[in-house]
Design a protein around this ligand. Structure first.
Ligand SMILES: Cc1cc2nc3c(=O)[nH]c(=O)nc-3n(C[C@H](O)[C@H](O)[C@H](O)COP(=O)(O)OP(=O)(O)OC[C@H]3O[C@@H](n4cnc5c(N)ncnc54)[C@H](O)[C@@H]3O)c2cc1C
Length: 390
């Protein structure tokens, strides 16, 4: 058994770390100040500039196939890089990416939607959740009715990331109400904002925020169907599936950085004439965080490795998402406790992480949904206790 990284994995991971440390971390104080003024920590133009700089370092399109100018990295490497990105709270991501399901587009749609998204010229959002259908995504009601060469969309999507900035949305709507959405009743549409949907920003406890998308007789040409009629739910689950190992990868980076801050503070802050790190209470918080962090790391890497093996990654990814999201919440909570009153202030990013990471237990499948998937797989005998080593 070999738990080490290859030379190539280590080199790419280290270069990503260098880039984040040198180019992104120095922007943190300014980002915090801006966010306190309710502005984006990083303007879109600044993000694009950083992405172009990263391109010169060789980072462009981590998951994008080479024929589209990307790196097409294995999932393990993508996971390692997302962990590095997680080490800064500046809302940076490497450029040259598009939603994984946009590759189901036909040639004309690729020209219109996929390529400009990869280039950063267009912004997409993915919309399946509705006010009445979140975890139970098969219960969506947004209706798409055929009318000549068009489909007419009516309904509402909610909690859509980028919904306020996107100039097109990938929308999953009901095209055949006689079937369940999860059984051929739903279809995905590529819907330009100019076709008439509007968005309403939703205030959340995190920075930035999702939006509701409102569709009122929005006409979408038939040629804008993504994939096949009836394939919408399947595409939606593919979109969500990708985040299930990348979200915890990002969480791992946050936890590593935050724990590092706590260790430094424990070694410098003095009370009662001694460093607080000499107290067992503090030592145990550090130890528990390190153990959980390592446990999460291996669950995440195993999930990514499963993707690279071409096996069904859902079980491993659900375990990684469930544990990784919980882990980062517990670690950030302890890191705040170790920092005492300072941890609670906006001088430090800890309270920001505290708000940010809470989302990880909710979106792209709540904790409860991950538990449902994990237990269902075991109960029906689809997976064995012990996973790959069983
Ligand atoms: C900031 C943010 C960004 C998001 N971005 C997107 C996006 O880009 N695109 C998109 O389509 N969606 C997005 N979402 C939606 C997100 O995926 C849903 O919020 C999530 O799936 C939960 O759905 P819900 O909010 O309707 O909760 P509900 O499904 O109503 O669940 C409420 C509670 O009940 C629990 N529960 C539900 N059913 C069961 C059950 N059978 N057994 C046990 N417990 C159960 C849930 O786990 C949860 O605790 C986003 C959400 C947020 C907050």
């Amino acid at each position: 058994m070999d738990f080490s990284l290859t030379d190539e994995e280590r080199a790419i991971r280290d270069t990503a770390r260098q880039f984040i440390t040198k180019e992104v971390v120095p922007l943190e104080q300014e980002a915090l100040l801006r966010e306190r003024r309710h502005q984006p920590g990083l303007e879109l133009s600044e993000l694009r500039e950083l992405q172009q700089k990263a391109k010169k370092f060789g980072f462009w399109g981590l998951s994008t196939p080479e024929e589209y100018g990307g790196m097409d990295l294995p999932a393990v490497l993508q996971s390692l890089i997302w962990t590095e990105v997680g080490r800064t709270f500046v809302q940076f991501k490497f450029g040259g990416e598009a939603d994984n399901i946009l590759y189901y587009a036909n040639d004309a749609q690729k020209e219109e939607f996929l390529l400009p998204t990869i280039e950063g010229e267009r912004i997409s959002c993915f919309a399946i959740t509705e006010p009445g259908a979140g975890s139970d995504a098969a219960n969506i009601k947004l209706r798409a009715v055929r009318d000549g060469d068009d489909w007419v969309l009516n309904g509402e999507k909610t909690f859509i990331t980028n919904g306020n900035d996107a100039d097109f949305a990938i929308v999953v709507g009901v095209t055949d109400p006689s079937r369940k959405a999860s059984n051929g009743g739903a279809t995905a549409f590529l819907v330009d904002r100019s076709m008439g949907w509007r968005s309403e920003f939703i205030q959340t406890m995190g920075e930035g925020g999702p939006a509701s998308l409102i569709f009122s007789d929005v006409r979408v040409p038939h040629r804008n169907i993504l994939g096949e009629i009836g394939q919408g739910f399947e595409l939606g689950m593919k979109w969500i599936g990708k985040g299930r190992y990348l979200i915890p990868s990002n969480a791992l980076g946050i936890a590593e950085r935050a724990l590092g801050m706590a260790i430094e503070y424990a070694n410098t802050r003095e009370t009662f004439g001694a460093k607080i790190g000499t107290n067992q209470a503090i030592q145990w918080m550090i130890a528990d965080s390190e153990v959980e962090l390592e446990a999460a790391r291996w669950l995440i890497l195993r999930a990514a490795w499963t993707v690279d093996q071409g096996e069904d990654p859902r079980h491993a990814s659900s375990m990684a998402k469930l544990y990784g999201a919980g882990m980062v919440n517990r670690v950030v909570d302890r890191v705040m406790q170790i920092h005492g009153g300072m941890g609670y202030t906006r001088e430090l990013p800890i309270e920001r992480w505290y708000r940010q990471v809470r989302l990880m237990r909710i979106y792209e499948g709540t904790d409860e949904m991950q538990r449902l998937i994990i237990s269902r797989d075991l109960l029906r005998g689809y997976t064995k206790i012990g996973g790959h080593l069983a």
